[in-house]
Design a protein around this ligand. Sequence first.
Ligand SMILES: [Zn+2]
Length: 692
Amino acid sequence: MTTDASNPLLDFSGLPRFDAILAEHVTPAIDHLLARSRTVVQQLAAPQDDVTWDSFVTPLENATELLGRAWGIVSHLNSVVDTPELRAAYNDNQPKVTEFWTELSQNEALFAKYKALRASDGFASLSPARQRIVDNAIRDFRMGGAELPADKKARFAAIQEEQAAVSTRFSENVLDATNDYKLLVTDEAELAGLPDDVKAAAHAAATKDGKQGWQFSLHFPSYYPILQFADNRALRETVYRANATKASDQGDMFSKKDEWDNTQNIVTLLRLRDEEAKLLGYRNFAEVSLVPKMAQSPEHVIGFLEDLAQRARPFAQQDLDELKQFARDELGIADLQAWDMPYASEKLQERRYAFSAQEVKQYFPEHKVIDGLFRQIRQLFAVEIKPDVAPVWHKDVRFYSIERDGVLIGQFYLDLYARAGKSGGAWMDDARGRRATAHSVQTPVAYLTCNFTEPAVVDGVAQPSLFTHDEVITLFHEFGHGLHHMLTQVDELAVSGIAGVEWDAVELPSQFMENFCWEWDVLEHMTAHARTGEPLPRALFDKMLAAKNFQSGLQTLRQVEFSLLDMHLHYDYDAASGQTVQQLIDRVRARFSLVVPPAFNRFQNAFGHIFSGGYAAGYYSYKWAEVLSADAYAAFEEAKALGPAATTEAGQRYLREILSVGGSRPALESFTAFRGREPSIDALLRHSGMAA
Ligand SMILES: [Zn+2]
């Protein structure tokens, strides 16, 4: 079916041919697939009497799926084995691919076809999954302005363009202000309390600039250790002030570079978003943001956040009282300020829970962790995970199959270690999604990528890689996403696995899996000391558990405050009324915050999540998904108390109602089907040590 059978990137007969794909294959393959997709789109855009699933959606999916898969392989390689040739090929083709998807999302003839299909007699006989795909497509066209009259459409496009430009300027200002700041310390005595590695990095930064001493910047790994560890209070205050006034009309930087001030950019963005919302027929941008999400309305989200704030507040007050008392009695700080909080908290935490991450790490050798993870998955979902063989992009990459009753249901690549040319962080991505055709079922394939430390080689012998507890949690988290993708039973590509799952519900399966890393009977089987082979001691586990919820009241309240600020800015901020953004922020804080930052604080001027990162009226999703995952996990805690049969049943129910159905129905419906009721906040409070 390809024009060039020798191009391995165009071979879709099986798994990606990572042993054969080269940078030189990228452009011809992508050009071919783009041309082919465009031809199909053109044919489908032609007038047609009777629009059906088979005559319209299937051919469109067939064409675009192959482009998506090939480009997915290129993007994946670009992230995990970056070479100059591959990067050049990626950068050359990326604009072409983006342009195609943008064209598709604005193609009015396709929009009309979806609407015709929706109105046709045949619609009622489509499966619920197919109906949902059609509805999602119509929704996305509508939210992209496809239904507006010509004059408004032009304005809508102009608003999009201006928003993109202002967002870019916002993040550039933050970056420039961050990069510009340099604090040089020449007297080592001023750095008392800082860990050696932090000092060494600061010394290297100074040397690089041809200076004597220690140089700090506003990049997190550089400035935050000062707030956390520096005994020197004046130094902490200097750094806190610089960071809290970044890209604003406050502080020293403003007088130097007032074009970095984001104050007006925030107002412009809020105004543009409000205008966009009104063009689309909504009252405010918060409503627009929530259309494709699980949360029903801004009022619903605000109610959820206010409830959480109210419940966390007594615990936050207790955290704060303890901290103040400790700072006064033990640190001689009578008036605890914003720049003392991380420092005093660190000292209090050290005092209470003295254990090191290094000590814990000795108990988590790689093979025990991977075995423990697979064992957990097997127990929960009655599947087998077996080593398998496939072409890979690096010798360290492993490949596995998942089977149920001897039948293949999914496969995954596991790429665990950090190395040069591999992007940082951990993620799950799909190599292909589940899709059933008349003749066969295409099983899902996932990439699971982490950046853990590779095994050290001592005297020519590879030592087992040891994971920190945080790394173990990361691994479980990404496997949660992976299982969502691989255990799906949905036949339709656009809503199988994680496809089509609401944005504020997509972290449910991932965070759900994290909970097992805090279970004693799981850790018991998943740990063995690197030297002695002993499992994790119970006393050490208890300390880890206690430290997990350290200051959870204060932290919860802080996240809720950010979420409420985000929501209100997109819900009831009215630039025309003369109210400033700062006044709105002060009003929200007066109601909900325990720790009110100093008057000069302009954290919002660097709040990239909502002004340049796609989280506008969506920051609440972090807490929202935590509620869902904690509540789902609580079902397993309840089952455990009833015995093994109940646990098995809970696993099957979770698989059936949540993992299997993917995006084929609303997340709230799936959750309710699993839990027998709507989500409750109680489990999250209990897991965070904030039970009433
Ligand atoms: Zn995640």
